[in-house]
Design a protein around this ligand. Structure first.
Ligand code: GUN
Length: 290
């Protein structure tokens, strides 16, 4: 079949590999200079299969670049009090530069109270209100990994983001909201749509940049994409045949877009890369080498 695709693929896998190579060199220099490796503590509560995969990937990415990871795999009935105690120990540990609580946590745990208990200087997910506030106030400190990774992908296009019309589909704390703050900081005009938004199509149609982060497979129709737009798909859904797909109708969108991220191989590899970058940044701050 003749491919109608006109878009250039924004290859997150390749960009992530380049960035990880540079980071690995930096980690080895820093480890030699300061006599210890950057350390990341990873807390997983319960046995959600997707979370187990994400945590395994994060730990192996650390191992591949010389970042030490400390696993805290805890049963689903772990109490909030126990978790707060653990976070407090990790906050005080001189070997730990980053602390990550894999989300979601079981229903009896309040995720916000855990996030707020993390020392903001060790909040390598960038979820603590201090770090979100710093981004909102145009003084970013540790930045949320997925939006930060999306910004690195947008940089690859070489486009000037000033004045660009952006639609972010989805207003979650971990993607949509910090993504809006990133694009605002970069000088774009930002709209966030969410479950109460009427006529989603009308917002997508006028966007130069579409960031799809709704968590709904195929929500964004290819025919809505403005010719020449850039499409960043944060969605990830497993189909019955085992393959992965996103929130955007990829084939149809790629006929109109100038740039588009694939799923898999787009945003996903960048999210982990930015976690590693944040851990190295936190380390540098902790050892006074920032
Ligand atoms: N669950 C889904 N995405 C994320 C993420 O970026 N970080 C953490 N800690 N949990 C998640």
């Amino acid at each position: 079949m003749r491919s109608l695709m006109s878009a250039t693929i924004l290859d997150g896998k390749a960009l992530a590999a380049r960035m990880r190579k540079t980071l690995a060199d930096e980690v080895s220099e820093l480890t030699e200079k300061h006599g210890r490796a950057p350390g990341l503590a990873v807390i997983l509560v319960g046995s959600d299969p997707a979370s187990q995969v994400y945590v395994r990937n994060k730990k192996s990415a650390c191992a591949n670049m010389g970042i030490e990871s400390f696993s805290h795999d805890l049963p689903a009935d772990t109490t909030q009090q126990h978790l707060l105690g653990l976070i407090s120990e990790l906050n005080a540990s001189p070997k730990v530069d980053g602390i990550l609580v894999q989300l979601p946590v079981p229903n009896h745990i309040n995720p916000d109270s855990l996030i707020e208990a993390i020392d903001p200087g060790k909040d390598v997910d960038g979820f603590h209100p201090y770090n979100v506030g710093r981004l909102a106030a145009r003084k970013p400190a540790l930045r949320s990994c997925t939006p930060y990774g999306c910004m690195k992908l947008l940089e690859e296009t070489g486009m000037d983001l000033h004045g660009k019309e952006c639609i972010i589909v989805g207003a979650s704390n971990i993607v949509g909201r910090p993504m809006a703050l990133e694009l605002l900081l970069a000088g774009s005009t930002v709209t966030i749509s969410h479950k109460f938004t009427r006529n989603l199509c009308s917002h997508v149609e006028r966007a130069d940049i579409v960031v799809a982060a709704a968590g709904k497979q195929g929500l964004i129709k290819g025919e809505w994409i403005k010719p020449g737009a850039t499409v960043i798909d944060v969605g990830i859904h497993r189909l019955e045949d085992g393959s992965l797909t996103g929130d955007v109708e990829f084939e149809a969108a790629a006929e109109r877009a100038a740039w588009i991220t694939p799923v898999p191989g787009g945003v996903g590899p960048m999210t982990i890369t930015m976690l590693l970058a944040n851990t190295v940044d936190a380390f540098k701050t902790h050892v006074g080498d920032a």
